[in-house]
Design a protein around this ligand. Structure first.
Ligand code: ZN
Ligand code: ZN
Length: 186
């Protein structure tokens, strides 16, 4: 018998491979909503409903209300406009954004293989470890991502790990992606 983890807030079963958001950003919780609910030690409304939670947009930093509904419980931007700005600033910009978001959420060194596993789950993003390393090079060069190599032993390949620089932990990553990836016009 296999037992799945249950969300620590709402007790919903977290089934690996289907709960992509959970796997990438909110281990132990089924959604961003449930993670914040627990972190902020909130309680149900007097009528027994889920309260809305104030969140900061990951692009414009405006506050918005996060609701525990199927389509909104993982919302990171205040609205479609901010989402579209990030999505459209460059082709595949959401891959960069998602990578940075994973690193911010995990707060630990991740190898390109770890990141590929999370990103390629259900083929949401078609990525390979080489492609991930390649993409991250830009962010390493800018100091947004820090790399580490485990010492090379004779029989092992070097493993490079990636971690978000603490300086950027509280930065709106959407805005950072737009600023960095938008092609410069003269
Ligand atoms: Zn939950
Ligand atoms: Zn916004």
């Amino acid at each position: 018998m296999t037992t799945h983890n249950k969300c620590k807030t709402c007790s919903k079963e977290i089934i690996p491979n289907t709960e992509r958001q959970s796997l990438m950003f909110t281990p132990h919780y089924c959604s961003k909503y449930c993670k914040l609910f627990s972190e902020q030690k909130l309680s149900l409304t007097p009528k027994g409903g889920w309260p809305t939670i104030s969140c900061k947009c990951d692009n414009c930093e405006k506050e918005f209300q996060l609701k525990n509904k199927r389509n909104t419980k993982d919302q990171v931007f205040c609205g479609k406009e901010c989402l579209h700005q990030v999505m459209k600033c460059k082709k595949h910009s959401m891959k960069d954004y998602t990578l940075l978001r994973i690193l911010r959420a995990k707060r630990k060194p991740m190898s390109a293989y770890d990141l590929t596993y999370l990103m390629d789950n259900q083929h949401q993003y078609r990525v390979k470890p080489n492609g991930i390393s390649c993409k991250l090079r830009r962010w390493v060069a800018k100091g947004v991502v820090i790399t580490n190599r485990t010492p090379k032993t004779r029989n092992e390949n070097t493993i490079t790990t990636y971690q978000l620089s603490p300086e950027y932990e509280n930065e709106p990553l959407g805005a950072l992606v737009i600023k960095t990836l938008t092609p410069k016009t003269n």
